[in-house]
Design a protein around this ligand. Sequence first.
Ligand code: NAD
Length: 498
Amino acid sequence: MRTLSHFIDGRRVDGVSGRFSDVFDPNTGAVQAQAPLANAAELAAAVASAKAAQPGWAATNPQRRARVMFEFKRLLDVHMDELASLLSSEHGKVIADSRGDIMRGLEVIEFACGVPHLMKGDYTQGAGPGIDVYSMRQPLGVVAGITPFNFPAMIPMWMFGPAIATGNAFILKPSERDPSVPLRLAELMIEAGLPPGILNVVQGDKAAVDAILEHPDIKAVSFVGSSDIAQSVYARAAAAGKRCQAMGGAKNHGVVLPDADLDRAVADIIGAAYGSAGERCMALPVVAPVGEATADALRAKLVAAIEGLRVGVSTDPDADYGPVVSAAHKARIEAYIQMGVEEGAELVIDGRDFTLQGAEGGFFVGPTLFDRVTPNMKSYQDEIFGPVLQIVRVQTFDEGLQLATRHQYGNGVAIFTRNGDAARQFADQVEVGMVGINVPLPVPVAYHSFGGWKRSGFGDLNQYGEDGVRFYTRQKIVTQRWPSGGEVEQSFVIPTMR
Ligand code: NAD
């Protein structure tokens, strides 16, 4: 049995807490490795290494820091196949999708390569007589990121890309369910020229998160995961005086207007609902067709498309999606399917008891479709995070708009239509952070930023893009004058610009 490690001070370090977590192969159900679970002392060792290394890194000029990012980006390309297969073996997403996971992180690294420009301040000459004002952005020091299982490459890079490029040292606490890719990313950063201590990976569970939240030298915490934990991490970090952004769960809706191109919409919806077995915070697990005729036509096309889906092991190049991450998660998804049935929704396609020949122990859930789901059902209100698509029939555009707006989550939403007016009104009024117009997965590109509303996001700065730079830096404003000669004036009145 392989035993994984932490990555502290530039090298792999064995765990000493004596606690471990099983890492499964979701294709077979077998335990393939043990991940150490850090205690407070192990976290403190990583912070000490980070704290010692950070001032030197912050003092390294931004072009040199950017060069490390450029080289890291090159190494990601070189190691793409190795990383994708490692990712797929622990997460269960198919190889092509694993490459997508890495690519979306790589795109944030590309953005971080622009750090010399991104950290430039503003300058006002002559703000007063002989007075100039300028601003600068400085790193916070040691910062931490806590990441979920479903994007073990992309989300760590969302965080450590901008954090490290701007001169911080970073402690990454990845998901204990797929901890190997984060370790390899840290090794590649060292190979790219990053000094030891600037990126540390501390494997762990709640105990490691508690240690992060309690450590006085950690100045900011970025969290991505489920909403209850996100909210609690946000509250505790804020109470400890740390800057915090905490992204939570989701239940994204796709509103389908009667004028939509249904064939395109169905292709988009199927990919977004079932891709990665629905284990994406930007998945599309709810569709709201407007009007009965649209609903009936959409349902018929969805059923036909689902019948053509291929579920397979994550290494199968023809599989549309693979297993879910764990037996516990499979059981949870199946319990939600049962709940939907008991709540009175119409189970059109049942993905329970799906087995794959030759991989009977794997954590597979077949594609599932519900119709006539209603907003009062708990199976609608909760995030299921599996390959389960729910049709909620609405009668008007406004009802569709309100459905997405009233949901407790507000991560992403999509509208399918040919009507520009309706799309524009929808984008303007819907209370959701990221909107797709005929785009099923509106994950913003790396130079915008990512964040949901309501219970999908706590804190006020998004992930990556310019918000990422703001989150990991603090601004200092300098007002200066260099008087030479003239009278010495004294005033007890607040200076104004009159
Ligand atoms: P999770 O909340 O179980 O775990 C997230 C992180 O928190 C992990 O590192 C985990 O070790 C840690 N953790 C677990 N229990 C904890 C506790 N009691 N206290 C403190 N920390 C704890 O989430 P997950 O199952 O790994 O990931 C799936 C969830 O993440 C879904 O809800 C999904 O919507 C969400 N997600 C959100 C976004 C987003 O940007 N909004 C992106 C991806 C995933």
